[in-house]
Design a protein. Structure first.
Length: 293
């Protein structure tokens, strides 16, 4: 069977009438595109769509203008300053993806990490395998520097996650599913340290700013967050590496006015200048399409 199916072939593949298939096309719930005046249906995307059970539950056509997912100071500023009309609901990368699947947000900001292996393409691969995201696009927002946020002067002389565990330092953690928490678990695994060995405090921090506040208040000695979070809070930072911080949205919403307004703003010099001011960002690939499902 060819990679792209005609309407007749797609209807036969899905075991439905062409009329029903056209109804799904009109509702925007089936993966397809129009080329040279006729509809084409990517077979692999159709198979993922069926596996996700989307026939029984079509995605709302007009999700609220909210970007969920991960917290980031530069993104928060860009959403506000771009006049895009997009609000922010930071609660963690995996939580943002779940809301995107349910149609509760127009986009999700993510920075995922593997327990083992390279992280360079983990965001794209997560989107490609998430049921319900058959029509998603991944847009590069920035590369970010992640590390340990510590008190001014780094009084415990922490240099890596092994030193954190050895010093029994009080660790402020992020909520489950947050990208920074996934990174912490990855760092522990690679160092051969059990998560239970950490001196973790409660409750978990919903955002990087909350984590920094716990350190400033003296309730924690350190936590994993970005350089920009540390700088904004007047705390010190121990760099551990760089990561991809991306925006995920459905293809139809990529071309909608809110995101196009944001996208245009991200191309302005003022955006790169703000990134440099906050610290710990590389915006050389901002706005690049990293993946299309």
């Amino acid at each position: 069977m060819p990679e792209y199916l005609t309407t007749e072939e797609a209807a036969a593949h899905l075991r439905m009438s062409e009329r029903k298939l056209y109804e799904l096309v009109a509702a925007g719930t089936v993966p397809c595109s129009k080329a040279t005046g006729r509809w084409l249906f990517p077979k692999q995307a159709l198979d993922r769509w069926v596996a996700a059970g989307l026939v029984a539950g079509p995605i709302a056509q007009d999700p609220p203008p909210i970007v969920g997912g991960s917290h980031d100071p530069l993104l928060e500023w860009a959403l506000r300053e771009s006049a895009s009309g997009l609000a922010n609901l930071p609660e963690g990368s995996e939580g943002g993806l779940r809301r995107l699947v349910r149609g509760e947000v127009i986009g999700a900001a993510i920075h995922l990490h593997r327990i083992e292996g390279e992280d360079e393409r983990v965001n794209e691969e997560a989107v490609a395998t998430t049921p319900g995201l058959h029509d998603a696009v991944v847009i590069a927002f920035a590369r970010r520097e992640q590390g340990l946020v510590v008190a001014p002067g780094n009084p415990l002389k922490l240099k890596d996650i092994a030193a954190v565990a050895a010093a029994k330092a009080r660790v402020a953690q992020r909520n489950d599913g947050a990208g920074a928490q996934l990174l912490l678990l990855s760092l522990l695994h690679r160092a051969g340290i059990r998560h239970e060995a950490l001196n973790a405090i409660s409750p978990a921090s919903v955002t990087g700013a909350d984590l920094a506040a716990a350190i400033r208040a003296g309730r924690a000695d350190c936590g994993v967050a970005t350089r920009s979070v540390a700088r904004a809070a007047g705390l010190d930072f121990v760099p551990l590496g760089w990561e991809c911080f991306d925006l995920v949205l459905r293809q139809r919403n990529y071309f909608a006015p809110p995101f196009q307004t944001l996208s245009a703003f991200l191309r302005q010099p003022v955006f790169a200048a703000r990134a440099q001011e906050l610290g710990g960002y590389d915006t050389s690939e901002t706005n690049r399409v990293r993946f299309t499902n």
